[in-house]
Design a protein around this ligand. Structure first.
Ligand code: 8YV
Length: 312
């Protein structure tokens, strides 16, 4: 008998196919009546396969009394109530490391595009402005600038390595100082004050909510840039929008937003922002590796083995 699991949403095709062949899988996103669906499957469901931003709260867990494991597709587990899972002895797993390089590539693309305004320069050509008005206005170089990494973990390290090869200097702030060669700043304000580009890589959740606020943006100043590849919740989004509109900071490169996939339309009018639809890990190779890890955690657990990447 295959273990029964619930999928909170549709993953990419390969992962969906594996989940559906290895387990008896029920798709919550397809349910016309969520409560009736959960009630119907509750007696047998032992696992939950969930996807990044899908909320998995205590209420959902408690509707599934036999739940043993929540296997997340994504490194960030801020959408899962970890305290509740712990209290119920439910294992939570994520998909770290396999996405580091891809997310770091995306971070560099955002820095390049934000400072050098490549998307805007391309649009300039496509609208015929090059021939009509002459060369695109000069932008600013990466080389010689300082990147302040807010949250120097494994993804932050991969970003630092790349940024250094572009001639950038690195500094960082974490809750606790690490054994690394980069200079450390005591808080986000100090880091912003000492940086040209503030790179937000810290996990989402209550502890980091609106960590990048007006004080931090003031410290970054009118020549400074913010890049966020972490979670929209880490930045005070209305304040960031206002600072971009009023040119109180130079620009922003954003892969994440507070209420995805809804992005406040005021952002679309900004010339000093580059906006990506949360594509940091979105390559076939990386999403396949993430899906494999999500599945392997479930398989290990149901085979009575240790899961591979346990969070709680
Ligand atoms: C994914 C992510 O886009 O890993 C994460 O935490 O945010 C991304 O890699 C997301 O998990 C997709 O569901």
């Amino acid at each position: 008998m295959k273990p029964e699991i619930i999928l909170t949403a549709k993953g990419h095709a390969g992962t969906m196919a594996t989940l559906q062949s290895e387990f008896t899988a029920h798709l919550l996103a397809d349910a016309a009546d969520r409560n009736a669906f959960l009630k119907q499957h509750a007696p047998k469901v032992r696992g939950l396969a969930t996807f990044g931003p899908m909320p998995v709260d205590g209420k959902l867990m408690d509707l599934l009394p036999k739940l043993e494991i929540i296997s997340n597709f994504g490194v960030g587990v801020d959408a899962i109530n970890l305290a509740h899972a712990k209290q119920r002895n439910i294992i939570v797993t994520n998909t770290p490391d396999v996405l580091n390089e891809c997310v770091a590539d995306c971070a560099l693309a955002l820095i390049l595009n934000t400072l050098r305004k490549f998307p805007q320069a391309e649009a300039y050509l496509r609208t015929g402005a090059w021939a009509a008005k002459g060369g695109y206005p000069l932008t600013t170089s990466l080389g010689g600038k300082t990147m302040g990494i807010l949250g120097l973990g494994r993804i932050g390290e991969a970003i630092a390595k790349r940024a250094q090869s572009f001639g950038m200097q690195i500094r960082y702030h974490n809750r606790t100082k690490k054994d690394v060669a980069y200079p450390y700043d005591a808080d986000a304000v100090a880091l912003a004050r000492n940086s040209d580009v503030l790179m937000v890589v810290t996990p989402g959740g209550a502890e980091t909510e609106k960590l990048v606020n007006a004080r931090v943006l003031d410290a970054l100043g009118p020549e400074g840039y913010v890049v966020n590849i972490a979670r929209g919740s880490v930045v005070d989004e209305p304040v960031l929008l206002k600072y971009l509109e009023e040119k109180k900071i130079a620009g922003a490169g954003l892969d994440v937003f507070a209420d995805e996939p809804r992005v406040p339309p005021e952002f679309f009018a900004l010339d000093n922002a580059v906006l990506f639809p949360h594509v940091g890990s979105a390559t076939m190779e990386t999403r396949t590796a993430m899906g494999n890890l999500q599945v392997d955690n479930l398989l290990a657990h149901f085979a009575g083995k240790q899961v591979l990447t346990r969070v709680v």
